[in-house]
Design a protein around this ligand. Structure first.
Ligand SMILES: [Zn+2]
Length: 273
């Protein structure tokens, strides 16, 4: 029975993710609602995924939190354009961990190594995107829009820099190498495949994220200063829609990018096991 022992593992998952969520709240990495999102997704991934799954999601979360605190003062000026601050909330934790949690549920109901390949793809996608955002924002050269290559202001959705793209590649490789080491430690086959999935799928998904950001993600415009922004209010006035689909915000784009990462990882794994 695949679900044997699941209640006990879920309880352990809730305990572990609650401890990590509260620690992250104290460090300023999560808001109150973000702690809820971390407990929900963490409990499912820890409880229903397995050891490698738990380590990979902790590596994503710890590296992302450390990077958002790093050079925080220099980023503050740019972050003003973003809709949210450095504390991740419920929507952001679900956008980053939601696909991984669904894959863990799938893994518990119908165990198969393909779920892990898909999970590595999803984690590589969110890690690549977070590293690209946190490091790319420090680029000395202005970002260029991924579609037209026109220079745009730092922090603009869909803007890419060579530094950010390298960071995305590094984030995916970081997850791929970690998955490979975990498979080797556990004596499981498929480590090299997981290394390849993380290294390739991470940067591909991050570029897909930028593509959506440049085309269909909703963007508002300030009625006072005319600046494009993700915020509903700017200079004390409600902003007006500029372009994009009104229902697709930055979190929706992140969720879709991690879904694409999972599909690519699962598709890659399906042919090899
Ligand atoms: Zn304004």
């Amino acid at each position: 029975m695949p679900l044997d022992g699941a209640p006990g593992r879920l309880l352990l998952g809730i305990a572990l993710s609650t401890a990590i969520g509260l620690l992250a709240y104290r460090r300023g990495s999560l808001s109150r609602s973000g702690v809820g999102g971390a407990i929900l997704t963490g409990a499912l991934i820890f409880g229903l995924g397995g050891f490698a799954w738990a380590v990979l999601v902790v590596l994503f979360f710890a590296s992302s939190s450390a990077l958002s605190h790093w050079q925080a003062a220099r980023k503050a000026a740019v972050a003003e354009k973003f809709a949210k601050g450095s504390r991740r909330d419920l929507a952001q934790t679900l956008a980053n961990g939601g696909v991984g949690a669904l894959l863990a549920v799938g893994n518990a109901l119908h165990p198969d190594p393909i779920w892990l390949a898909a999970f590595v793809g999803a984690m590589a996608a969110v890690t690549a995107d977070t590293w690209a955002t946190e490091i790319g924002v420090l680029s000395a050269s202005p970002p260029r829009l991924i579609t037209t290559l026109r220079p745009v202001a730092a922090g603009t959705s869909g803007g890419i820099t060579p530094l950010g793209t390298l960071a995305a590649l590094a984030g995916g490789v970081f997850i791929g190498v970690s998955a490979w080491l975990l498979a080797a430690l556990g004596g499981q086959p498929g480590g090299v495949l997981l290394l390849a999935v993380g290294s390739v799928v991470g940067v591909v998904s991050a570029l897909f994220d930028s593509l959506l950001g440049a085309t269909v993600q909703r963007v508002y415009e300030c009625r006072v200063c005319g600046q494009a922004t993700e915020r509903r209010f700017h200079h004390g006035q409600p902003t007006r829609p500029l372009h994009g689909w009104p229902w697709l915000d930055n979190e929706g784009v992140n969720f879709l990018a991690s879904l694409v990462g999972a599909l690519l990882g699962g598709w890659w794994g399906a042919g090899r096991w």
